[in-house]
Design a protein around this ligand. Structure first.
Ligand code: C5P
Length: 410
């Protein structure tokens, strides 16, 4: 194929010399499978962890590490100049230091100096190295210059220790990369020092010890909101009801719940000190009025009808208990009907709920639930209405945070 005819977004995948380098293969797969052209540029030492042949086979492109490779092609300049995104994963403490100092002692750091596209660096290292003032100063320098330095996850590190410094899940890294490709300015650090609570997923209302009433929410939109907030600097608590198999967002504290009542308790406890609460969870409106203590048996006759009781509206309770300056965001999944379209119902719900912002999604026909993409409208209490074009759920999340930040007090 004529290379000029290849319209796939070009990603340079820089790989630092940390044990998490092996996870860059999964990031590479995620990017190529979602239609990106990826050129892998490892540091020379990264090849101690993953061989060049692996990267070449997975990317279909040659792998070079030194500025003296491919000299006639001037690769140390051209690779950065022609990229749409440079993604570095894992970014080790040494690589962050060399990038912050503007060194160009290998092909990857030279590429970082010539790139004019968004740059996303995903750190992974031991907690002590991450917390060291030198590393923190390097991260601050890079962020000041516009590089997006992702928040590390917490959890198991190499060896017996656990703590902050773990590489985020590869799917999360792909999600962030795709977000920056569609919107270069999607991850400013404008939520630093803000405490954010996001609820996500669908509640399960127990019928008996083995059965429940549930719904189709995958939790993806709520997880995307939590992820984007964490990478924008917020202190994030994610209250997660039942979801699809999703990795914990890096940098967020996850509180797991099952029923609407458990979600209610957890959200109220967290909301007491939060600057923002986003209710993205699909909370059941009704629960079985009685929960059987043992499994309900087939008797052969007519089954006993299930009596339902209404669940309290948590968002309405949050509005009633709102702290000064606290921003409250609701979600509304709507289908149009004879009395009005989706937007009409959304406007009425914003007034009825009394929250500051309401994201209105059109659902049904395979839209919104469980899908990777989302679309809708963002309605604000001040009357503004913004259409949210179809795109990845992280893109919708970034539009929500853009609307939240001006509402936050100083
Ligand atoms: O009224 P509706 O269920 O459409 O409202 C949806 C919004 O209200 C969502 O933000 C959802 O998280 C929240 N909600 C709630 N408590 C309920 C039902 C919905 O907080 N019992």
């Amino acid at each position: 194929m004529n290379p000029g005819a290849d319209r796939r977004p070009r990603v340079v995948l820089g790989v630092g010399a940390g044990i998490a380098a092996y996870k860059s293969c999964e990031v590479l797969r995620g990017l190529t499978e979602s239609g990106h052209r990826v050129r892998v540029v490892p540091t020379p030492a990264a090849l101690n962890f993953v061989g060049a042949a692996t990267f070449e086979a997975l990317s279909g492109q040659p792998v070079r590490t030194e500025v003296f490779d491919d000299v006639p092609d001037v690769a140390h300049v051209r690779i950065g100049q022609t990229a749409d995104l440079v993604l570095v994963t894992p970014a080790t403490a040494d690589l962050l230091a060399r990038a912050a100092a503007g060194r160009a002692d290998d092909l990857l750091t030279a590429t970082l100096l010539t790139a004019r596209c968004p740059v996303l660096m995903v750190p992974a290292m031991h907690t002590e190295m991450w917390e060291h003032p030198a590393t923190q100063a390097n991260v601050a320098t890079l962020r000041e210059r516009g590089t997006v330095v992702a928040e590390p996850a917490s959890g198991r590190l190499t060896g017996p220790d656990t703590g902050k410094g773990r590489l985020p899940d590869p799917a999360e890294i792909v999600e962030l990369a795709r977000l920056l490709l569609v919107r270069a300015t999607a991850l400013p650090r404008d939520l630093a020092s803000r405490r954010v609570v996001v609820s996500a997923g669908g509640t399960r209302e127990p019928v008996d010890p083995v059965r429940f009433l549930g719904n189709r929410s995958s939790g993806r939109q709520g997880y995307a909101l939590a992820r984007v907030a964490a990478h924008r600097g917020a202190d994030v608590t994610l209250v997660a009801a039942h979801t699809a198999d999703l990795a914990d967002p890096a940098g967020a504290r996850v509180v797991r719940v099952e029923s609407a009542e458990e979600l209610r308790k957890a959200v109220h406890a967290e909301a007491a000190s939060a600057d923002v609460v986003v209710m993205a969870a699909a909370v059941a409106d009704f629960r079985p009025a009685e929960q059987a203590m043992s499994k309900i048996k087939k008797t052969g006759g007519e089954p006993t009808p299930l009596r339902l009781a209404a669940n309290p509206d948590i968002l309405a309770e949050l509005v009633a208990a709102r702290r000064d300056g606290q921003v409250l965001v609701g979600f509304a999944a709507e289908t149009g009907d004879a009395s009005g379209d989706v937007l009409h119902h959304g406007r009425a719900k914003l007034v009825h709920k009394g929250c500051d912002l309401l994201v209105v999604n059109a659902v049904g026909d395979g839209r919104a639930f469980g899908t990777e993409d989302n679309a809708g409208w963002l309605l604000a209490a001040n009357g503004s209405e913004t259409e949210l074009p179809r795109g990845p759920k992280a893109l919708l999340a970034s539009a929500v945070w853009d609307a939240v930040t001006p509402l936050l007090g100083s």
